[in-house]
Each structure stands twice: as C-alpha cells, then as structure tokens.
Design a protein around this ligand. Structure first.
Ligand code: ZN
Length: 274
C-alpha cells in the first residue's frame, strides 16, 4: 500500500478560539501549527485566512500571502490553499489567492446546502477556477460533498480542464452532504477512476472513524480543527495531536507515513524534479 498522506486542515472558516483556544487564527499561529504538524507527520496543509481582529473568514490576499510565504520558509509541507466560498462567494476573490502559485488548491465541483446556507459553485465558476489552476500549474484537490460531484470532476477531465491524475477529498458527515458511513465511503471510492488518489475528511465525531477506514482501504486522511475541534467526547484537540493519533494508528496496522516529498511523488507534484 502507498505510504499514508496526512493532510492537516488547522483553521477552516468556522471554529473560533472561543470554541477551542487551539484554533490557529493569525498567520503566525497558522505557520507555527504547520511546523508542529509537519514534525508530527503531516505532509499537506490546507489553509484558510481569518481576520486576526474578529476571527471571521477573510478573502484578503495579503493574509493568504503571509501564511503562504511563512509556511514555505519554515516547512517542506505541500501548501494547499482553499478556494472555498464561506469567506466570500465572488469568483475574483476566490481566484486571486491562486496567484501565489501554491502546489495545490481545493476545488469543489458542485453546490451543497450547509445547515443554514448554500455553498454555491456554479458550472461557470468551477470551470473558471479549474482553468486558473491549470494555467498556474496548481494541482486541485477535488472536494466531494456528494456523488454527483465526482462526475462533474470527470467532465472537467474530458474538457481538458483537469489533469487525468485526479486527487479527490471525500467530505463526509457534514449536515447537508453525504453521510459518513462505510457503505458511502466504499461507494465514493468505487466511483472514482482507477489510479485516482483520494483522501477523506470526516466532519465532527466521524473524523477518526473515517480516517481509520481510509487507512485500511488504501486511501489517505485529513484531520484538523477545521473539521472537528474535539480529540474525543468532551476533550478539545490540538491540530498536532490529531495528526499524531493518525500516525500512531497507521503504524500499528503497518502502514508507513508519507513525507512531504513522498506525498509529492504519490500526487504527481514532483514532475519538475524528475
Ligand atoms: Zn477548508
């Protein structure tokens, strides 16, 4: 089995320090978290920006730049910038941060109802973001909230807007999206092309369970306070603690952890160094 790629999603758009004081908010806090999570065994960091003053989601290019450059200097992590829309839905704002040319960026190939809002990704917007990533040489991580989004991504491959070696992230257990069950995870895995890579982001209490299944099935894992602020019931987590737990579990079952450079190989990001 391939070495396990662990993505950490340390911040997201929703949890605040009031929910969990370990959520990194400022660029410096996010960079320090990246350093600790790389040491713990993460190879990808998925980043969002926040307004340092009130912790609300931010689309500010300069905040993204500060986080990006700091992580680049201090770590060897693969930096994956979110193009998610909770901070602002306009294409221009969601696309602007791609000018930083991170190795990866997230791309959601459909719309979904969150508990009290619509996460809208129109066909035109998806194509425009995919095109931007292709032009800048950025590998998308395709965020899958429902089965139909897989087909939407494969249509992008047909249109030559997406490289054929697709990497998927199954976001499971979020209210409004696909429920986090083993049957659903197996179905999602069976719907993607052979040779595609995949990871799973279980939201809330299902995070650990989904990661354990992915480790056994040959997939990869995403953990972090963006998706779940608890280590276990009633106990708040830190990002590095969540990464470390996956490392321990994976070692117990005999699956090695990918270094950032090994993750680059698995994901086809190392083309220029071949
Ligand atoms: Zn995110």
């Amino acid at each position: 089995m391939e070495n396990l790629i662990i993505t950490v999603a340390p911040t997201g758009s929703v949890p605040t320090k009031k929910n969990n004081p370990n959520v990194p908010i400022t660029p410096d806090e996010i960079i320090q978290t990246g350093i600790l999570c790389e040491k713990a065994g993460a190879s990808i960091i998925h980043i969002h920006a926040r307004n340092p003053l009130d912790e609300t989601p931010s689309t500010d290019f300069h905040i993204f730049k500060e986080i990006f450059q700091g992580l680049q200097q201090e770590t060897n992590l693969i930096i994956q910038i979110s193009t998610g829309g909770r901070a602002g839905m306009e294409y221009e704002k969601r696309s602007e941060r791609l000018l930083l040319k991170p190795e990866m960026a997230s791309l959601t190939t459909g719309s979904v109802n969150f508990s009290s809002s619509v996460y809208a990704n129109s066909p035109d917007l998806i194509c425009a973001l995919a095109k931007d990533m292709k032009i800048q040489g950025i590998k998308p991580e395709i965020e899958i909230f429902d089965v139909s989004m897989i087909q939407n991504a494969l249509d992008l491959v047909d249109q030559d807007l997406l490289d054929h070696q697709v990497h998927f992230d199954f976001v499971m257990g979020l209210k409004g999206a696909i429920p986090a069950t083993i049957e659903n995870l197996v179905h999602l895995r069976n719907c993607i092309p052979r040779g595609a890579t995949w990871t799973v982001a279980g939201i809330g209490a299902c995070q650990l369970n989904m990661c354990i299944h992915a480790i056994a099935m040959g997939g990869h894992t995403r953990v972090g306070l963006e998706d779940c602020i608890y280590f276990k019931r009633g106990e708040l987590a830190s990002n590095e603690q969540l990464v470390n737990r996956i490392v321990q579990i994976s070692k117990i079952v005999g699956r090695k952890i990918a270094t950032p450079d090994q993750a680059r190989k698995i994901l086809g990001l190392d083309k220029t160094t071949d």
